[in-house]
Design a protein around this ligand. Sequence first.
Ligand code: SF4
Ligand code: SF4
Length: 401
Amino acid sequence: MSYMNMNEIGEKDFEKLDMLFEEVIPNAEEIWLFGNGKIARAFDKYLQICDVKINGHVVSDDIHRNSTENNTITLKEFKERYKKGKTKLFLTIDSCYYSEILPKLLFLEDDLIYLNKVWKQNVLDRCGDVENITIIVPVCDFCAGIKCYGCTVAAPLSKSGMYNFDDYKKDLMKLKNLCGDNIQHINFTGGDVFLHPKFVEFVEYARDLFPRVFFSCSTNGVLFNTQQDDVWRRLGKCNITLNWTLYPVKYKDIEATVEKIDKLSESQINLQIIGDALDEDKNSWKIPYTFKKQKKYDWLFCRFHKDGHQCLTMRDGKLACCFSMRRVKLLEDNFKGYFTEEFEQSTKNISLDLYEINDPEFLYEWMQQRLDICDYCSIRERKSLGKWVPSNCDVTEWFVE
Ligand code: SF4
Ligand code: SF4
C-alpha cells in the first residue's frame, strides 16, 4: 500500500499547462511574478525546474520590497518598463489579497496570468517551503492473498523484501537527529505490514522516539483476521490510525474482525476505510513509466511527489520523495533487459543516502527538486490503467508505450 491523498487533476488542467508553457511563456519578452511570499517563491522554483527564466518579482510598494535574494521591483517601476502583449505578470499571491491588489493591475488585461487554487496548492506541495514532514516507512515489500495490477510499489514482483528491524532503528534515530522537529506524521506501509514479523515493534519503537507525532498505517487488511489479540492491544497503545484500503477480494470474517479491533485496541485505533470492496468499479490510479521523455512541466501534477504533504520514504538507509525508489528496484530485479539505457541512467539519483546528510537544509532543498526519472513518468497516461484487476506480473503493467 502506498500513502496517497489528493484531488484528481482533470484534462483541462493539462490543456492549461500546455497553453502556458507552449504559447504564453515562449512569446513573452519578460516574465514577472507578483508577490514575494511563499507562493511566489515556490512558483519561481517550479519555473526554474522547467527551464523558464523570470525577470524577477513585483511588489506593490517599497514597504513590501523585503527580499534581497530576488530581483524585486515596485509596481511603479514595473509600469515604466511594461510592454503590452510582451510582458507577462503572474499573480502569485493568495487569493485573499485579490480584492486589494487586482484594481491596481487591471491595466494589464490579458498580460495578467492567474493561477487557480489547485495549481497554487500543487506548486506549494512540490516547491514550497518544507515544514511538516511525513515519513513513510515501508516495512515489507510484498502482499499475501492480493496482487494488484500495476501496483505502485510493484509488490506483486516481490516475495521476500523486508526492512531489517535493527537497520530501521538506526535509520529512524538518525532521521530524528537530522530533522525530528519537522516530522509531524509517520506512515507505516508495505506491501502488507502484517507480513513483517516485527511490525508491531516497528510502531512501538517509533512511538518511543516520537511520543506526540501522528501515526498511520496503510493496509489492505487481508491479514486482519489472522492477528493475535495482543497485536491490536499493542497497536492501540501506540495510538495509530489504520487506513484500510478495501479491494474487491474476499475478506474472511470481516465484520467480526473490525469489531474485535475496536474492542481490543480500546478505541485507540482509528479505523478508516478507504474505498468500497463491494464496488466492482474500484479504480487503480497508477502512473506508469514510459521510455519517451515527458514534458518537464507535467511534474506539477504528479500525485505522488509529496502527495499534498511533505513526504519522505525511508528505507535501508535511504530517503526518497516518491515510490520510485522501491518500484525501480523491483522492476530492475525482474525486467532489467526491458530498460533503455537512458531510463537506467535516470534511476541513479533517485534517493539520498541518509548517512551522508548532515544539514537538514540540504535535504529540504533536495525535496523541492524534480528528479531525472520524472522524465519517464507518464503522468498524462495515469487513467489508462482503469479498473482494479489482479496483476499477472507482466512488465506492461508498469510501462506504457
Ligand atoms: S499489491 Fe495491492 S494491496 Fe499490495 S501493496 Fe500493491 S496496491 Fe497495495
Ligand atoms: S518519479 Fe517523479 S514524476 Fe514519477 S512519481 Fe516520482 S516524483 Fe512523480
